[in-house]
Design a protein around this ligand. Structure first.
Ligand SMILES: Cc1cc2nc3c(=O)[nH]c(=O)nc-3n(C[C@H](O)[C@H](O)[C@H](O)COP(=O)(O)O)c2cc1C
Length: 175
């Protein structure tokens, strides 16, 4: 049986949710799959796996440090196997296609700057706006950004923009 490894990092939980969904699709497709949070990962031997998938989210242009360190510390092993990286971010949910393209290009440049490891595939995944998890100043800042992006501005609720059909297509395209 083919073996897949998924390692993710998250700040507000959406990347974890996406990583679990990808795991479920791999399991459906009969892949033996290990899933780890980069924060708590112990020793894993990447050589034991046939497919390596990493996922992180973007905060002020940066990917979680614990994930970046893991990926860059294992550059040779990762590049020697089928691999993919998915980035969860709000820019991917921007309504205006021109602005979305501009923000996603910028995000892509930031990924290339932070990750010295080269991935076969990089997927941008629309994330979530979780006002319930933000501090008051952050709620206001995020609302300003959300307004510009055409996303939700009601503090009283959270908004999920992840397209689960696309996540499924992404997962199956890697198998
Ligand atoms: C403080 C903060 C900064 C953020 N910065 C960015 C950013 O630079 N670009 C972007 O597209 N999304 C940004 N986002 C949105 C997150 O990427 C999005 O909410 C994502 O779903 C978070 O994933 P996580 O729950 O796995 O951490 C930011 C969110 C917060 C709270």
């Amino acid at each position: 049986m083919k073996k897949a490894l998924i390692i993710y990092a998250t700040r507000e939980g959406q990347t974890e949710k996406v990583a679990h969904k990808i795991r479920d699709h791999f399991v459906e497709a009969k892949l033996e799959t290990s899933l780890h949070d980069a924060k708590t990962i112990g020793k894993v031997n990447l050589e034991d796996f046939d497919l390596l998938v990493f996922g992180g989210s973007m905060h002020i242009g940066g990917i979680e440090k614990e994930l970046v360190s893991f990926i860059n510390d294992h550059k040779e092993q990762i590049e020697s196997k089928p691999n993919a990286f998915f980035l969860v971010l709000l820019s991917a949910a921007t309504k205006d296609p021109v602005l979305r393209e501009e923000w996603l290009n910028d995000a892509r440049k930031r990924v290339d700057k932070q990750l010295i490891t080269k991935f076969n595939r990089i997927e941008m995944v629309a994330g979530a706006l979780k006002y319930s998890k933000y501090s008051w100043p952050m709620k206001w800042i995020m609302r300003m950004i959300a307004k510009r992006a055409g996303e939700g501005t009601d503090f009283g609720r959270d908004y999920e923009y992840t397209d689960w059909k696309k996540v499924k297509e992404f997962a199956y395209s890697l198998i």
